[in-house]
Ligand binder design. Structure first.
Ligand code: C5J
Length: 221
C-alpha cells in the first residue's frame, strides 16, 4: 500500500515495498569531539542534537519493512581512494589519515569512523563505505537498490548541504523520487541547512521533497 506524506512542495507518495531509507554518515567523525567535523573547527553540538531523531526514523523505517542503507564517509588505510585535493583542502588541525583522539581521521575501521551507537545498523541492512560526498560515487549503491526494486529514497543524516545534498542530487539524476527528512538532517551551519531545504523543494521539487519525521509517522497512522 502506498503511503502519502504531507510534504513540501506537495504531497509525497511512497510505495511499500519500493522505498529505502538512506542514512548518510551518522559517524563519530562528524558528531563527536576529536572527529573530522570537530578538527575542521565546526560546532558539532548542532549535528549531535539530531541523533535521537535519526534513531527514531530508522526505527520507523524498520517497522515499515523498508530497505535501510547506512553510509560512512571513509578511506582505505593507504589513502589510495583519497584524492590529494581532498586531503590537502582547507587548514584542519588534523587531516584525513592523521592520528586523532578516535584513531585515524576518516579511515575505515578506526573508532571514529564508526556509526554512532544510537543509529547503528542491524543485520540485513546495507552499510556502504564511500570515499566521496555522494553515496553513488564509487559504491555499489545503485545496483543494490535496483536489485531490491527500490524507486523511492527517504534521506537523512549529515551534513545537509554536503553529503546529504550531493547524494540527493545524484539520486534525482538517476530517477529516484527523493524525500529529505527535515529534522533528521543537520548542518554545522543553520543557514546552509535552511538554504538546502529551500533549494531541494524549489521549482516544484526540482530535486525532491522535504517533510518532518512527524509527517511520515502521521501518514502511517
Ligand atoms: C562532510 C559529510 N561535511 N558527511 N561530510 O565533509 O557531509
Amino acid at each position: 500500500m502506498p503511503l502519502t506524506v504531507s510534504a513540501e512542495p506537495y504531497a509525497y507518495t511512497l510505495p511499500e515495498p519500493g522505498t529505502a531509507l538512506v542514512v548518510i554518515d551518522m559517524q563519530r567523525d562528524f558528531v563527536e569531539p576529536g572527529g573530522f567535523g570537530d578538527t575542521l573547527g565546526n560546532d558539532i553540538g548542532r549535528v549531535a542534537a539530531i541523533v535521537p531523531t535519526v534513531a527514531r526514523l530508522i526505527a520507523f523505517a524498520r517497522s515499515r519493512g523498508w530497505t535501510v542503507v547506512h553510509t560512512r564517509e571513509s578511506h582505505a588505510a593507504d589513502l589510495s581512494d583519497c584524492p590529494p585535493a581532498k586531503r590537502t583542502r582547507g587548514s584542519p588541525s588534523l587531516r584525513i589519515g592523521d592520528e586523532g583522539p578516535m584513531g585515524r581521521i576518516l579511515v575505515r575501521g578506526e573508532p571514529g569512523n564508526a556509526i554512532v551507537d544510537a543509529c547503528a545498523p542491524v543485520a540485513g541492512e546495507i552499510v556502504l563505505d564511500k570515499p566521496g560526498k555522494g553515496a553513488f560515487y564509487a559504491t555499489r549503491l545503485g545496483e543494490l537498490l535496483q536489485a531490491r526494486g527500490v524507486t523511492h529514497l527517504v534521506l537523512a543524516g549529515v551534513t545537509t548541504e554536503v553529503c546529504v545534498q550531493t547524494t540527493m542530487r545524484e539520486a534525482n539524476d538517476r530517477g529516484y523520487e527523493c524525500l529529505l527528512v527535515e529534522d533528521a538532517t543537520e548542518s554545522y551551519f543553520p543557514e546552509f541547512k535552511s538554504a538546502t531545504l529551500d533549494m531541494v523543494r524549489a521549482q516544484g521539487g526540482i530535486v525532491g521533497w522535504t517533510a518532518p519525521l512527524a509527517a511520515l509517522e502521521a501518514a502511517a497512522g
